[in-house]
Design a protein around this ligand. Structure first.
Ligand SMILES: Nc1ncnc2c1ncn2[C@@H]1O[C@H](COP(=O)(O)OP(=O)(O)OP(=O)(O)O)[C@@H](O)[C@H]1O
Ligand SMILES: [Mg+2]
Length: 428
């Protein structure tokens, strides 16, 4: 028996918004967390990419705002959502607008790389929900444009990324300025143990909701590794993108410079492409993403800036032109395809220097990624390296983890994202 959104206890205003968005059934993470969040519990939520974590936290927040009144305090949000990237902040803000379309509430968006004046103005106009990246938020807090002492709900989306080395201090400083009585929610598809310990410090008696083990990739993604020399990666990419099946692809590189070079080269071979990375202006970043969303460019060439959370309909392929050195990134990158019940293909190019990364990734995801050898640039010598003796311990661990996973799934039939088909309307 599958639950309905109404059975989860959501208010009518939200239910009608979900119907118009074409959501028929809640996803497993939504079923498991929405009732807990409505009760006010702290939650650490782990679920695969593309399975509706945004609505899982946004709906209960909107419900609380719609049903409880508080004293109006200027420049003071009731809910704060922190995200690691600006594009993700924009997307989450749009999600709140969609789910909350039938209710009155104010939202504000705060992120760096653009002028602060409009952001300050929108904060001054009053805000119920503030979606922010940590750096600019701290900046505006220090200037007195925003105060957090009445925050009732804090969400860290992509919690593990938010708490890793780059962000932990900012997040801690932000959290210190909030009431201890707040409700705190952490969501991600991955959660390394080290980060989970850090996270524990922000939560109060949390409920841990794990739909599938952390770092489980979506079953509907067909994953392949292509062994190739560094020099042959560009011609291989051109060849892959010649295929008509590749309708919309996101190509990941390890460096910003690399992203630019790959995008330029694709343009030369007649494939419309744009790059998105941290050295671009914010307006160029946003334009590239929008052109990709509209379908004006077929390939978006990105650094890990676009690896997490970004939700674009109809991405048929994710191509790892270079493998990420942080294995969690692999899970997030390939999760840009096969969202909301769709299918997708993930191709990873692996050169001699990257075989070690490949092994680390396979250990994390507890799977061995099949090799696709039937291409003009296949490098058998590199393919052989994955089976060198040092690969053995990884394979042993992987077997154990697979058995554990099967047992888990057997105990939770219907809890896999493969069992829900989003009857979601295509957005223009
Ligand atoms: N119950 C539902 N029915 C149909 N579609 C849904 C449902 N919930 C969410 N979606 C859609 O699924 C897509 C993915 O949702 P979302 O971006 O929240 O995933 P996520 O779990 O946060 O993924 P990631 O780990 O990559 O951030 C979105 O396009 C969203 O509109
Ligand atoms: Mg998300």
């Amino acid at each position: 028996m599958t639950a309905t959104f109404a059975e989860l206890g959501l208010a009518e205003t939200l239910l009608t918004a979900l119907t118009s968005e074409g959501y028929t059934t809640p996803t497993p993470i939504q079923v498991a967390t929405i009732p807990l969040l409505l009760e006010g519990r702290d939650v650490l939520g782990i679920a695969q990419t593309g399975t509706g974590k945004t609505a899982a936290f946004a709906l209960p927040i909107l419900q609380r705002i719609a049903t409880t009144k508080t004293r109006y305090v200027p420049r003071s949000p009731r809910a704060l959502i922190l995200t690691p990237t600006r594009e993700l902040a924009v997307q989450i803000s749009q999600g709140f607008a969609t789910y909350g379309r039938n209710m009155r509430f104010k939202r504000a968006l705060v992120f760096g790389g653009v002028g602060q004046v409009p952001q300050v103005r929108s904060l001054a106009n009053g805000t119920d929900v503030l979606i922010a990246t940590p750096g600019r938020l701290l900046d505006l807090m220090n200037q007195g444009h925003v105060r957090l002492d009445f925050v009732e709900m804090l969400v860290l989306d992509e919690a593990d990324r938010m708490l890793d080395m780059g962000f932990i201090h900012d997040v801690k400083r932000i959290a210190e300025r909030m009431p201890k009585t707040r409700q705190t929610l952490l969501f991600s598809a991955t959660m390394p143990k080290s980060v989970e310990e850090l996270a524990a410090g922000l939560l109060n008696n949390p409920e841990r909701v794990e739909i599938t083990p952390a770092a489980t990739t979506v079953e509907r993604i067909e994953q392949k590794v292509l062994f190739v020399t560094k020099e042959n990666k560009r011609p291989l990419l051109a060849q892959v993108l010649k295929h008509h099946d590749v309708k919309r692809a996101i190509v990941f590189t390890r460096t910003k410079h690399g992203a630019d070079r790959v995008a330029e080269q694709l343009e030369k071979t007649g494939v419309s492409a744009q790059a998105i990375h941290g050295n671009k202006t914010q307006s160029a970043r946003q334009k590239a993403l929008e052109a990709f969303r509209r379908g004006d460019v077929r390939a978006l060439v990105a650094t890990d800036i676009a690896a997490r959370g970004i939700d674009v309909d109809g991405i048929t392929h994710v191509i790892n032109f270079e493998l990420p050195n942080e294995p969690e990134s692999y899970v997030h990158r390939i999760g840009r395809t096969a969202r909301a019940g769709a299918d997708g293909i993930a191709l990873s190019f692996c050169d001699a220097e990257e075989v070690g990364y490949l092994k680390t990734i396979e250990r994390l995801i507890r799977q061995s990624i099949p090799s696709h050898d039937d291409h003009a640039y296949h490098a058998e010598g590199i393919a052989g390296m994955r089976h060198s003796t040092s690969a053995r311990p990884a394979q042993k661990r992987q077997g154990q983890a697979n058995r554990k996973r099967q047992a888990y799934q057997g105990a939770n039939p219907g809890k896999s994202s493969a069992n829900y088909k989003g009857d979601k309307r295509k957005r223009a």
